[in-house]
Design a protein around this ligand. Sequence first.
Ligand SMILES: NC(=O)c1ccc[n+]([C@@H]2O[C@H](COP(=O)([O-])OP(=O)(O)OC[C@H]3O[C@@H](n4cnc5c(N)ncnc54)[C@H](O)[C@@H]3O)[C@@H](O)[C@H]2O)c1
Length: 385
Amino acid sequence: MEKKKLRIGLIGTGFMGRTHSNGFNRITNFFPNLAYEPVMQAVCSRNEEKVKAFAAQWGYASYETDWRKLIARDDIDAVDICTPNDTHAEIAIAAAKAGKMILCEKPLSRTLAEGEEMVREIEAAGVKNTTWYNYRRLPAVTLAKQIVDSGKLGRIFHYRANFLQDWTISPDLPQGGAGTWRLDVEAAGSGVTGDLLAHCIDTALWINGGITDVSAMTETFIKERVHTESGQVQKVGIDDACLFHCHFDNGSLGLFESTRYARGHKALYTFEINGEHASLRWDLHDLNRLEMYDHADESIVRGWKSILVTDGDQPYMDKWWVPGLSIGYEHSFVHQAADFLKSLETGEPCSPTFREALQTQKVCEAVIDSAKQKQWKDTNVEWPC
Ligand SMILES: NC(=O)c1ccc[n+]([C@@H]2O[C@H](COP(=O)([O-])OP(=O)(O)OC[C@H]3O[C@@H](n4cnc5c(N)ncnc54)[C@H](O)[C@@H]3O)[C@@H](O)[C@H]2O)c1
């Protein structure tokens, strides 16, 4: 049967532009049973020479240098936003008004108010939407969710997560511009809270449910940096490190830490969940493994076991190689692309929708406010939503 086409217009040709393009390109080979197939219709970035080369490299039929032109095209069904955070709202709202489906990179927005406006406009337009919180779609993380949902852990007491990096320790690094827009609060909205903890929060909401209130501290270790655009030394507005603790709706306690000043750590995302009967832990540096301690095991062999999540009956793995053979970071994007296409077939939302991603924004905003005001803050998260 001939497949239905989803004609994609991707905006932004940096890190995420590459992961998403790779994701779409793998669908036909590895998800042959989907009713829809992605068509790499157009890609957009501001530099013509670079975007032309990107289109040729990744197989896009055409290119644009102005995202407004891409959105105005009749031959684009879905707009994929892979640009810095300060562009998400404007592009997403324009795309929604043009009736396009939207796939948007995380964090949804710089601020909660911006995110709320996006959700209002996207829902008013009634367009299909999803946010790329891709770590959910690593097989070991999806398996952790399935194990918690099965009740095997019993009552949950603790959820703790870290996301540690070390790339901004040098005071010589500028803020703003290509490569360092994450250090500029105008472009990024926040530092590690929106960039890294947003991932941890999304996974935590998904696996462990709503977060009710938070108490946080943040630190900006390097207070001033040269701004790439002005050439002037300017105050740094982002949080370099953030620690917060929280309550979940289910009565468990959460503990989260993120920093870009943990020398030696490049992208160490870890989480651990402790329940009444069992515990789980996961580490991005060993992403195919899920560790589990099950108190129901016979006492003489009881201990942490390491599950290599590569068997065909484990999440997503029937699509790949044979048991025992690993997959990587990039596959989380292939899985999200496939799940989006599947959701067109089923008519179900593709989680996390903008509304779900807005709940992560609520936690991020409460964390930043709590750190500033040195007070506990309610998040007003609605979960499930
Ligand atoms: N899901 C994840 O794990 C993950 C990882 C990294 C980044 N991100 C998110 O993805 C987004 C992009 O991050 P990145 O690391 O790919 O950034 P990047 O700097 O590598 O790439 C950004 C791209 O956007 C282009 N761009 C910027 N402004 C534009 C405009 N007005 N019109 C057209 N193109 C424009 C740049 O030229 C560049 O090609 C951010 O929101 C970031 O938070 C998500």
